[in-house]
Design a protein around this ligand. Structure first.
Ligand SMILES: O=C(CO)[C@H](O)[C@H](O)COP(=O)(O)O
Length: 232
């Protein structure tokens, strides 16, 4: 897929997801290039059609984008139950289990996904895979990063501390933590691995999302149009 085709696919997925949002909804706003297209379209609907919504952003980056598009913001404290969450993903398998976290926003993204009645996941076709095998990002308390990395290696990972592109040293998340990217190769049992990673003291969250398959709708953008996948 060329870069132009991928951008068109992401845009189509994002724009289609924005149509799932109805007047009065509280909306979880994920982080990433695809969900930012959904925000762009929501901004248009707010400006042109008077759509009234409030968004809960999952990162500083999402909050900045939302403000740019004129989306009013609220917090998870104000709205601990959300009508819908829209977010991207790095991989989606046929059971609608996800790997997320390339943008290092996975901790808040999982909180928002958990709080939402429905989760709409927006991807281009390259993200749809038969078996999850991308590195799993794990958000780790800096105090415990070496100890956690040893535990992750014992689970079969090849843990790599994520470093900044535009800054020296480790990436520091919006929550003040580090990200350790864990290549496991092909993941035979993603749900079990998610539970095992979560049980390590010092792990805040990991990018495997296996518990939300029933409420997830995946919108797969194509160069012209999109397809919709859900288990119900
Ligand atoms: O999980 C994420 C951020 O933490 C993103 O949603 C995921 O990386 C997809 O990003 P993009 O839409 O830019 O491909």
């Amino acid at each position: 897929m060329s870069a132009a085709e991928q951008a068109a696919s992401k845009r189509n997925a994002g724009y289609r997801a924005a149509e799932e949002v109805e007047d009065g909804m509280n909306v979880g706003l994920g982080t990433g290039s695809t969900v930012f297209f959904a925000m762009e379209r929501l901004g248009e609907r707010i400006a042109k059609d008077g759509l009234s919504i409030a968004g809960v952003p999952t990162s500083y980056q999402a909050a900045i984008r939302a403000r740019r598009y004129g989306i009013p913001l609220t917090s998870l404290d104000e709205h601990p139950e959300l009508d819908i969450a829209i977010d991207g993903a790095d991989q989606v398998d046929p059971a609608l289990r996800l790997i997320k976290g390339r943008g290092a926003a996975l901790l808040r993204e999982k909180c928002v996904c958990d709080a939402a009645r429905r989760a709409v996941v927006v991807v281009d076709g390259t993200k749809m895979v038969e078996t999850l095998d991308a590195p799993v990002p794990v958000e780790v308390l800096p105090f415990a990063v070496e100890a956690v990395s040893r535990r992750l290696a014992a689970l079969g990972a090849d843990p790599v501390l994520r470093e900044g592109v535009k800054k020296d040293g480790p990436v520091v998340t919006d929550n003040g933590n580090f990200i350790v990217d864990c290549g496991f190769g092909t993941i035979a049992d993603p749900g079990r691995l998610e539970t095992e990673i979560a049980s390590i003291p010092g792990v805040l969250e990991c990018g495997l999302f296996c518990a939300y398959t029933e409420k997830i709708t995946v919108i797969v953008g194509e160069e012209k149009g999109c397809s919709v996948v859900s288990l119900h």
